[in-house]
Design a binder for this molecule. Structure first.
Ligand code: ADP
Length: 447
């Protein structure tokens, strides 16, 4: 087992990883920018190293400084959290070259899944259902027209190097297609330095359903069920739940087993999430994230398994602590992402939190790095906490969520709490009747 883990992240996820390490009796080192000297993860860690000024590229993305911090403190492993360097294959390779364990998959697996065309090709080879579309990159108009006609309109043009919902264009006719191809390709070139694009069938009303998987790196793979993350705004997840209100037991088992087998065949190591769009009973692979997800606590709630413990165990060569036939799914869980944002316009609302009171009681978990008197720096993303509620079934979970939201107090800044108080009282949400467009439509109607 590791002696000392360096956490290359900030905010709630740095604290989340720190807690897991403490439980396992492992010493913790955190790195931080000058803007985060007062952060909770810095206060609670055994050691901290300031690695640079506020901009992420000079601190949390500065590989050289992070490796130096490992060497100074003698950390033997790095947990990257999510975002920042968590899906940076070069970072994983550099750590390996320094004999420091990256708590995550190999650089090669990160690289394959980081390229969307390569990822889709790999998924298909592993027997995972994919969205019908071009086999690889599409360069000329003739080929694009032929493929679009074959799969049928509407189609979506996506950037091979895409991310964060950028570089995508929908085309409903052949005329649209040529324009979409040109704009998507030039946008992708400008945003990602790679103008390669591909074509997919555009699904009109899908849900976003993702499968949590784990590999031990030695040919074993398991799945921990799904999360339904269909409630999104601008491709950003807002509310996530498990189980999905749309799936039955048989569908859950079937897609879960397909993913677990794929992970085993791939020889994958650590936590991963295989993301699908789901429509009319069919799953369509969109991408795989090779890291811990923001919404991992809903899976923890229904399985009772600490995913960060598992990540650390697997990375240290200790294997998975559970077999597939030992995994049980108990009850229902919902996570609300609480952002420091205006709940109507979603503009960031940094500033000082004058009062912070979190709900408690059975089935309530709050993962947050903030506290009363904490000043939110304006440099990073606006997530200030996650409320995760667990109940024996979805109805109980929703009742508990409503109560928890009533208790939650964040003063001094604007937050998205009012949005969740609105959602928890909505009939469509109560019925689990929503797709990936539901939230934006709802927001447009309620302004
Ligand atoms: P990114 O990596 O940029 O987030 P994804 O491939 O994960 O890109 O897609 C992001 C979102 O775009 C999806 O959650 C979905 O809302 C939409 N999308 C992607 N592909 C399709 C498709 N074939 N049909 C309909 N919507 C899609």
């Amino acid at each position: 087992m590791f002696q000392k883990i360096l956490i290359a992240n900030r905010g709630e996820i740095a604290l989340r990883v720190l807690r897991a390490a403490k439980e396992l009796g492992i010493k913790t080192v955190v790195v931080h920018s000058t803007a985060d000297a007062d952060a909770m993860h810095v206060r609670l860690a055994d050691e901290s190293v300031c690695i640079g000024p506020p901009p992420s590229r000079d601190s949390y993305l500065n590989i050289h400084q992070i490796v130096a911090a490992c060497e100074i403190t003698g950390a033997d492993a790095v947990h990257p959290g999510y975002g920042f360097l968590s899906e940076n294959a070069k970072f994983a390779d550099i750590l390996a070259a320094h004999n420091i364990t990256f708590i995550g998959p190999s650089g090669d697996h990160i690289r394959v899944m980081g390229d969307k065309i390569e990822a889709k090709r790999t998924a298909k080879r592993l027997g995972i259902p994919v969205v019908p579309g071009s086999e690889g990159a599409v360069s000329d108009e003739g080929e694009a027209k032929r493929i679009a006609a074959e799969i049928g309109y509407p189609v979506i043009i996506k950037a091979s190097a895409g991310g964060g919902g950028r570089g995508m264009k929908v085309a409903r006719t052949e005329q649209d297609l040529i324009r979409a191809l040109q704009t998507a390709s030039s946008e992708a070139g400008a945003a990602f330095g790679n103008s390669e694009v591909y074509i997919e069938k555009f699904l009109e009303k899908p849900r976003h359903i993702e499968i949590q998987v784990f590999g031990d790196g030695a040919g074993k793979g398991i799945h921990l069920g799904e999360r339904d993350c269909s409630l999104q705004r601008r491709h950003q997840k807002v509310w996530e739940e498990a189980n999905s209100p749309a799936l039955n037991e048989e569908q859950r088992t079937r897609i879960g087993e397909t993913c677990a087998r794929a992970i085993a065949d791939l020889g994958y190591s650590g936590a991963g999430t295989i993301e699908f769009l789901y429509e009319d009973g069919e799953f369509y692979f969109i991408e795989m994230n090779t890291r811990l997800q923001v919404e991992h606590p809903v899976t923890e709630a229904i399985t009772g398994i600490d995913l960060v413990h598992e990540q650390i165990r697997v990375a240290s060569g200790g294997g998975l602590s559970v077999r597939q036939d030992e995994v049980r799914f108990l009850g229902h869980a919902i996570e609300c992402r609480i952002n420091a944002e205006d709940p109507r316009t979603f503009t960031p609302s940094p500033g000082t939190i004058t009062h912070f009171h979190t709900p408690g009681g059975l089935g309530i978990r709050v993962d947050s790095g903030v506290y009363s008197g904490y000043r939110i720096p304006p440099y990073y993303d606006s997530l200030i906490g996650k409320l995760i509620v667990h109940g024996r079934n979805r109805v109980e979970c929703m009742m508990r969520l409503r109560r928890a939201l009533d208790e939650f107090v964040v003063d001094g800044i604007k937050t998205t709490l009012p949005l969740f108080r609105d959602l928890v009282g909505n009939a469509d949400i109560a019925n689990g009747d929503y797709d990936i467009h539901w939230l934006e439509k709802h927001l447009a109607e309620t302004v």
